[in-house]
Design a protein around this ligand. Structure first.
Ligand code: COA
Length: 306
């Protein structure tokens, strides 16, 4: 059974917040943030709904599809506009969709979980699925907490997945979850996002490497076959450590966190869109998409661009 990626689209708020901006109110510095995370600036504003709608409009236009062509909307978000209803039905209505729509929360692995879910939905008779990852992390950030405020940001990304009998772009998928690590990265109702950064870092590198190796083995490929790595954008040092352990040159990894910070489930589509815009996605080549996040959750997939 075949699944094809069609067009992609992204949306980020207009408001740019630089490291120097944060240094005015927090005991931090541009130098510390850049050296420890790779982040230079981030975008703040909007909501999961507004960013999701804007990204989806671009993805649908890039895919050449209209509202009637979409059979299902899967929206990955950790930061829904409300606890209930889900954000996806409101996004669907604004897009003019009349199909089923649901939210999915797998934190920063959310976009990958949503793609996997869409793949399953395509196997049960749907023809085109709109997949969105959109986040409003700034709403759940304590702007007096330098541990989190320097990392988190807002953004959205989307793609359209289409059923295709003739072949598939998705060669393998590995998903995982470990609720024993729930307290390492958490946000209580009415609270703010909190994290044990060191432990999350350590585990992130491990699950990315292990799941990526498993995904490559399942696809029957090796690290030298991978042309492009599209990783979750949390910390450039995590991307460096993981690619080094995988034996993949860092220059094959897409990095957009310098401009966008950590946008959770929006980060992989933001990176993907950047790779497309910069001509780094070439037909026939293999890409490794890989993410991790609160839960903990993780996900890796090998994709061949058609
Ligand atoms: N600005 C300036 N100094 C800061 C700081 C900030 N924003 N945050 C922490 N520090 C200080 C610490 O207090 C510590 O000072 P000390 O040496 O005097 O005790 C020092 O900088 C080092 O802190 P540490 O926590 O050891 O830094 P680190 O190298 O582990 O980097 C993170 C911290 C959060 C950037 C890093 O652990 C990380 O990226 N973790 C994973 C986060 C992640 O991926 N989260 C999302 C998952 S989806």
């Amino acid at each position: 059974m075949g699944v094809r990626f069609r067009g992609w689209g992204i949306a980020v708020p207009d408001k740019v917040v630089t490291n120097d901006d944060l240094s005015k109110t927090l005991d931090t510095s541009d130098e510390w943030i850049r050296e420890r995370t790779g982040i230079r600036e981030r975008r703040i504003g909007g909501s999961a709904m507004t960013l999701g709608v804007a990204a989806a409009e671009k993805a649908m236009a890039a895919s050449g599809v209209g509202p009637a062509d979409i059979d299902f909307l899967v929206m990955a978000t950790t930061t829904p506009d409300r606890l209930t209803p889900a954000t996806a039905p409101m996004v669907a209505t604004r897009l003019g969709l009349t199909c089923p729509a649901m939210d999915l929360n797998a934190a920063c692995s959310g976009f990958m979980y949503a793609v996997r879910t869409a793949q399953g939905l395509l196997e049960t008779g749907n023809r085109r699925i709109l997949v969105i990852g959109a986040e409003n992390l700034s709403r759940w950030t304590d702007w007096n907490d330098r541990n989190m405020a320097v990392l988190l940001a807002d953004g959205g990304g989307a793609t359209v997945l289409e059923y295709d009998e003739s072949g598939t772009d998705i060669l393998s998928f590995v998903l995982g979850a470990d609720g024993a690590a729930a307290d390492l990265l958490t946000c209580e109702h009415g609270g703010f996002i909190e994290m044990n950064g060191k432990e999350v870092f350590r585990r992130a590198v491990r699950v990315v490497v292990e799941s990526a190796e498993e995904a490559m083995a399942k696809a029957g490929v090796t690290a030298s076959d991978i042309s492009l790595v599209v990783p979750h954008q949390a910390n450039v040092r995590i991307i460096q450590a993981a690619t080094q352990r995988l034996g993949i040159d860092m220059d094959r990894a897409v990095v957009v966190l310098d401009r966008y910070g950590n946008t959770s489930s929006a980060s992989i589509p933001l990176a993907m869109d950047d790779a497309i815009v910069n001509g780094r996605v070439r037909p026939g080549e293999l890409a490794l998409l890989t993410g991790f996040g609160a839960g903990m959750t993780w996900a890796s997939s090998v994709v061949r661009w058609s």
